[in-house]
Design a protein around this ligand. Structure first.
Ligand code: AKG
Ligand code: FE2
Length: 230
């Protein structure tokens, strides 16, 4: 199956195993497929329809919309819990905004390897769905603690912009993925909920912050099209 590589200035489409570093000091070992909102999604980044199930794109777009609705509910509850005015956070999110749905695959390794380097997520909140293989860890007081997979659970992480926005009433958490030796390949899905680009948070706009973080994590891309085993 052929997939168009993610352009450096954007966060969409396919990123190969060596295409991204979530922590500048470490090579990641993961494949990624990102989609933006259905309104800004274009066919060119998808595999050709004869290579995948014909409903794949529609189902993923519907999944995006459902997750976005759920995110607005969670963000509204957060406003309430943090005694913020109604709409203070939620009004700055739109279903056709820059939130990103990401599918990740971590291949089997013979020795333990870094899957995704230590980082915090960039946006408002992240929903994370992981399979039962394990390897996700959060950093608590300088110790790595396993996030033990729970069937059908959705994890919710606080992102950097939400921490800034709430003046650290909530904090983004540093996390990573390690690939333990001889484990089956691991799959996860992340939905990054980002405010619309022009939202001013502290001394930055959400769009500028996101662009700065994404540009740092994307390595130089040498090829445009990748042949991917399905
Ligand atoms: O695969 C995972 O469980 C985590 C991925 C992640 O943290 C990310 O893509 O930001
Ligand atoms: Fe993350």
């Amino acid at each position: 199956m052929k997939l168009l590589n993610c352009p450096k200035s954007q966060n969409r489409g396919y990123t190969p195993l060596d295409g991204e570093k979530l922590n500048s000091n470490l090579e990641d070992c993961k494949e990624v497929f990102n989609i933006l909102s259905p309104e800004s999604d274009t066919e060119e980044y998808w595999p050709k329809t004869h290579e995948v199930h014909k409903d794949l794109r529609n189902s993923v777009q519907k999944f995006y919309k459902d997750l976005h609705k759920l995110a607005i509910v969670v963000i509204s509850h957060l406003e309430n819990a943090l005694s913020l005015p109604e709409g203070f956070l939620s009004n700055h999110h739109q279903s056709h905004g820059p939130s990103t749905l990401r599918f990740l695959k971590y291949p089997t390794q013979l020795v333990q390897k870094n899957g995704a380097g230590p980082h915090s997520d960039y946006g408002t909140i992240t929903f994370l769905i992981q399979d039962m293989i394990g390897g996700l860890q959060v950093n608590v007081d300088n110790n790595w603690v396993d996030v033990v997979p729970v069937q059908d659970a959705i994890l919710c992480n606080v992102g950097d912009l939400l921490a800034k926005w709430t003046e650290d009433a909530v904090n983004s958490i540093v996390h990573r993925v390690i690939i333990r030796a001889n484990k089956p390949e691991r799959y996860s899905i992340a939905f990054f909920i980002h405010p619309v680009d022009e939202t001013v948070i502290g001394d930055v706009t959400a769009g500028d912050y996101l662009m700065m973080k994404l540009t740092n994590s994307h390595k130089t891309r040498l090829q445009n099209v990748h042949e991917v085993s399905s």
